[in-house]
Each structure stands twice: as C-alpha cells, then as structure tokens.
Design a protein around this ligand. Structure first.
Ligand code: ZN
Length: 333
C-alpha cells in the first residue's frame, strides 16, 4: 500500500470544473440518502405496536453507484495507476487506459461487521431512543471521496474486507447535537442529532484498517525480501490490515516482482557506475531518475521499495524515489 496524496483544491482547468460539478452531485446525493433514512426512521418511530423494541424495519438507503463510479473513471484510475488501493495488484487495461473494476467504500455503507475469534459479528449501536440496533452503515459517506478506495476482488470481497470495519474505539453513528465540534461540521439528521464527518469519525473510532488517502502505510507496514509483509514495530493497524485484507496471499507475486525490478535496478546501476564512471551516490541518483516513472506504475511498489532499501542500505533509495514523485506531483498541481 502506498500513501496517495490528493488535494482537490489543487485541481486546475477542466478537471477543476469537473470536480465542482461532481461535488454538487455528491452533496445532493448525500442529502437525499440522509433524508431517505430520516423518513424511514421517523415512520418506524411512529409505529405503535405491542412490542416497542421491534418497530418496522428501516430499509437500507439506496446509493446511486453511478455517482462514485464517475469519480473512479475521472480521478481514481489515474491516481492509483490502475492498481488496487490496498494491495497494489494491477487490475487490467481497456483499450488505451487502465481500468479499475470496483470502488470500495472504506467505511461500509449498508452494514458494519468485524471478525471476532474467526466469526463475523454485526456491529450494533444505541439509537436516539436508547434501543440497541444494527449499525445501518455509514450511508452519509457513500459519495465522500476519502471513503472511496479502488479495490481488487481479493481485497474487497468476502472473506477479505467486505463490510468489515474494525476500530480501536467504539463504532459511531448518531451523535447528540451538543457534541458537535462546529456548526459547519457533520451533517444534519433527526432533531437533536447529527452524523459526524470522516475527520471526527477517525478521531472517535480510531480505525484499525489503513486508508491510502489518510494514513501513511510506511508507518505501519514493512516489506522485506521474498515478498514478505509485516506490521512495522508491532503496529496494530498494520497487523489488522494485513489480516483483514489477507495481504499475505500475495507474498509469491510480490517476491517475483521484487526480484525482477531489483535485477533491472542492478543492471542500470552497473551501467552508470562502471560504464559511465559515476560515483556510487551519483549512480543511485541516475538509476532512481531513470526508473521512477516505471516504478510509480509498477505493481507492489511498496514491496519493491522495501526490498531496494534492504539491498542498498544507507543509500535512502525509497526516499529518493519519493522525492522525485513529490516533485513531479507539485509540478502538476
Ligand atoms: Zn487488492
């Protein structure tokens, strides 16, 4: 997994226009989804049956997949170079462009589950009437770009991530209005309650899965020789991400790609160092510059960087690549 830096405020020209139009659609879509839930909830509250704990079921809010798929086609495919946002597997090509088959909701929008002692458990939360019910999913984040991660089937589908969302704190749903951190934060919901935004949720819940938009995976995961992935310094977030997304399934593939890329790196290095008589420092700089574009688009970039750092200790290989990519990104924005 690689940190993806995306700042919509830095978009320019037609992409910036596209973004503004898309934002309008997403806020309208979000308002509609929230309203649909509020209406269903209010019908359920008006129910006068004999068993007050079993009112009519609240239907799941309908999410318009076309809205977030537009974001996938316009932004995500280029930003992630057609790779899965979690495992960095390449996901295919159509005509002249890379294609991501699916977009995953980082926080699930229809149901929330975790795995406990090998069993899937559905998360329950206390509603505004004090009754404990199923968490309906974070439906108000269905179109929030930080909640949209391109994902391959191996990471996205059951038994991998699916609707799982493990947290270090407690799962959050409705919050009382007097807990609201600011008038412009969160989203209005039923009287006296609001739905928190991603930033507040991250603070309250402490997610145990890594999100490439908001986390720096290098702080939680390490990759070494033979494609091996481990949590860094015993990071719980790293360990939980490896476990839930079953990232060890790709060890063999990562190993092959690591070796292939390291071979290319070494032959280029030999060329710059021996043939062109550059110093060791200079030769590393030249190779990094030459291969930076290829590596940015390569599968398992994080694993390759980890392996190169191990092979050439003390030469800051991954830092050098990151410097070039950051410079290119700043130039683009
Ligand atoms: Zn994946």
């Amino acid at each position: 997994m690689i940190r993806i830096y995306f700042d919509p405020g830095k978009l320019t020209d037609d992409v910036a226009d596209w973004w503004r139009a898309w934002q309008k659609k997403t806020s309208k879509g979000r308002d509609e989804v929230i309203q649909a839930w509020v209406t269903a909830r209010s019908k359920a509250r008006q129910w006068h049956g004999s068993d007050k704990d079993a009112p009519p079921e609240i239907p799941k809010p309908k999410v318009d997949a076309e809205i977030y798929r537009a974001f996938k086609r316009k932004i995500l495919e280029e930003l992630f170079h057609g790779k899965c946002g979690y495992c960095e597997s390449f996901m295919g090509q159509k005509e002249d462009r890379v294609m991501i088959p699916d977009t995953e909701h980082f926080r699930p929008v229809r149901l929330v589950t975790v795995v406990n002692n090998g069993k899937t458990e559905t998360i329950h939360v206390v509603y505004e009437d004090g009754v404990n019910r199923e968490h309906p999913g974070y439906f108000w984040l269905a179109y929030d770009w930080q909640n949209l991660v391109p994902a391959c089937d191996g990471c996205n589908k059951s038994p991998a991530k699916a609707n799982h969302f493990p947290v270090g704190g407690d799962h959050v749903f409705l919050r009382q209005a007097n807990q609201r951190p600011g008038v412009d934060r969160g989203f209005d919901c039923i009287d006296g309650y609001y739905l928190p935004d991603i930033e507040e949720l991250n603070h309250l819940e402490e997610p145990l899965l890594l999100n490439p938009f908001t986390d720096d995976p290098e702080e939680h995961l390490t990759f070494s020789e033979f494609g091996i992935i481990e949590s860094k310094g015993g990071s719980e977030k790293g360990q939980t991400t490896i476990h839930y997304l079953n990232l060890e399934r790709l060890t063999e593939r990562r190993k092959r790609i690591q070796f292939d890329f390291a071979y290319r790196y070494r032959s280029n290095f030999t060329n710059f160092h021996r043939e062109e008589e550059q110093s060791i420092e200079e030769a590393h700089g030249s190779v990094v510059e030459k291969l930076s574009c290829d590596l940015e688009k390569a599968e398992y970039r994080a694993a390759i960087l980890g392996y190169l750092d191990e092979l050439y200790k003390g030469f800051r290989i991954s830092d050098r690549f990151h410097e070039i990519w950051n410079k290119a990104q700043n130039a683009r924005s």
